[in-house]
Write a protein that binds this ligand. Sequence first.
Ligand code: 6PG
Length: 251
Amino acid sequence: MKRTIKIFNNVDKLSRFFAEQLLQGINNTPEGHYFSIALSGGSTPKSVFSYLALNFKDNIDWEKLLVFWSDERCVAPESDESNFRMAKESFLDQVPIPTINIFRIIGETDSFDEAARYSQVVRKHIPSRNNIPQFDFVMLGLGDDGHTASIFPGNLHLFNSEKIFEVVQHPQTRQKRITVTGNLINQALTVGFIVTGDSKATMVANVLEKQEDWEKLPASLVHPENGNLLWLLDDNAAAKLKYSTKHYEGK
Ligand code: 6PG
């Protein structure tokens, strides 16, 4: 695994770097093949997606991109809580991506049936390695409690799950979520954390500097064996890192 940490002094620069990664990945994808991405949810990706739609609408071959989700809240697509709605409004509606290339998690149906159905959809469209679908890019966020996707601190068993998507409950709100599991994350060719804001600085340092029970933090278990691990941070999220980015790279 190759780990790269990038710190940006504003979110536009971070968003441009992310968009260029996507552009490069799609351009390097052979004709007749697709570049697959699993999107993260929450609030952080919204400005990144808006930047992507605004500035890369005309230079990305959207026909070659397959869009999935790393997790979804078990709500209707009209809900403010819907990760699908956030991505749809901030970028998917703004770019000429074919609707058949977009595979949403249907949050409003029975969550266990949907986790099983979505796993089959992923297995159908994403080539597998060792019987685990291998995404080109899995996007992740970081919660203040160290969760990622919807794998919360009490769910570390999901890093050894045979299933590729599981149903969990948010530890505080008890909201049901459908989340990718650890084996699928760690099978990806690239896993990209996008983390911004000073509320995340402590957790970023805990994970990257192995502090404070770091091994109990789901984000610490993200380790794409045969791939790249990318941390895209803004200055605020990186504020508590003791060392320069070089120190963390490669490990
Ligand atoms: C979700 C996410 C989750 C998110 C973190 C960070 O559905 O909420 O996928 O893992 O990335 O909670 O959320 P913010 O970006 O809102 O801080």
